[in-house]
Design a binder for this molecule. Structure first.
Ligand code: UDP
Ligand code: MG
Length: 316
């Protein structure tokens, strides 16, 4: 068994994968440990798969799994973790935004007994709007979620074998790793590094994808939004009661006033808004229950050279 496994999800990374591979191996050779690379091709439509095949056949320490279509980074990371056999597993992106040069530092901290070593990027070189939005989002997440999620602490991290085992024991279909990492617990330590721009190719995270990812994150960890909807509904109901009372008193004191058409419409529209939003939240949860209850596998494998990975093709 190797001492270190590197898990790399790749989606349309043919422009950068070779540089990444070379850089990574250079760094790994300096660590003096035994290692393996677990690449996961997340249904790329470019030549990523061919590149991986080539890399894997040139070096037995490089293995890969290829999905039948794009299943998303979360699924790719899961497949990679299932493939991995090392005592320590490092998750990283293929675009060199997670500098391989930080690996020795991570291993050193792992040597001090930490089960999770998290490399947090700062937000240097990122648009001001995106930075602001992310900050606000993480504040929101911290308020709503029972687990702690740190801004900038992404998927670039080292996990001990027992942390990986814990992660793999979580069966949910809708995986929000940032939350799962925190949920499993264990001692973790972080350090900050300067944000780097992607070496080549394009980011796969447009605004819409990020928004969906954000909603996933908020809803996947508890039912607090649902409870908030209930609270909001109750408060509205109470204020409506008071308002009705106030009208009655008014009528008793001043007699019948002019018909309050505007007020009526305002109240109806406001309440409908709340109702629709609440239904949306409930629907979101129901949808999740539906998805989970189908018990579909997280991904479908097209091909893999990692047959020795015991449960690489396992569903669940
Ligand atoms: N990725 C993936 N499946 C996807 C989208 C992305 O495996 O559906 C991989 C991608 O190849 C890269 C990593 O996830 O290795 C991070 O993606 P990207 O660089 O596009 O995200 P960003 O750095 O812009 O957040
Ligand atoms: Mg990137």
């Amino acid at each position: 068994m190797p001492q270190i496994s590197i898990v790399v999800p790749c989606f349309n990374e043919s422009e950068v994968i070779e540089t990444f591979h070379a850089t990574l191996i250079q760094v790994l050779e300096t660590t003096g440990k035994t290692w393996e690379l677990c690449y996961v091709d997340d249904g790329s439509s470019d030549h990523t798969r061919a590149h991986l095949q080539e890399l894997a056949s040139a070096d037995h320490r490089t293995r890969y799994t290829s999905f039948s279509r794009n299943f998303g980074k979360e699924s790719a990371m899961l497949a990679g973790l299932r493939m991995s056999r090392g005592d320590a597993v490092i998750l990283m992106d293929a675009d060199l935004q997670h500098p391989p040069a930080l690996i020795p530092r991570m291993l050193e901290l792992h040597g001090h007994g930490y089960d999770q070593v998290v490399a947090q990027r700062d937000r240097a070189g990122e648009g001001i709007v995106r930075t602001r939005l992310s900050r606000a989002y993480y504040r929101l997440v911290r308020r709503f979620m029972d687990v702690e999620v740190i801004d900038g602490a992404g998927d670039f991290r080292l996990l001990s074998r027992r942390a990986v085992t814990a992660l793999l024991s979580l069966p949910e279909n809708n995986r929000f790793s940032k939350g799962l990492f925190s949920w499993i617990g264990f001692d973790s330590i972080g350090f900050t590094y300067e944000n780097v721009q992607r070496a080549a190719g394009q980011s796969k995270w447009g605004g819409r994808r990020l928004l969906n990812y954000g909603i996933d994150g908020l809803l996947s960890f508890n039912s607090r939004p649902l409870r908030m909807a209930i609270h909001g509904g109750l408060w509205l109901f109470l204020s409506a009661l008071f308002y009705a009372l106030w009208i009655v008193v008014n009528v008793l004191v001043d007699g019948v006033e002019t018909p309050g058409y505007a007020t009526l419409i305002t109240v109806i529209v406001a309440l409908s808004g709340v109702q629709i939003a609440t239904l949306g939240i409930i629907g979101e949860y129901v949808g999740r229950i539906y998805c989970e209850s189908k018990r579909r596998p997280h991904y479908v494998i097209r091909e893999t050279d990692a047959s020795e990975a015991s449960d690489a093709s396992e569903s669940g």
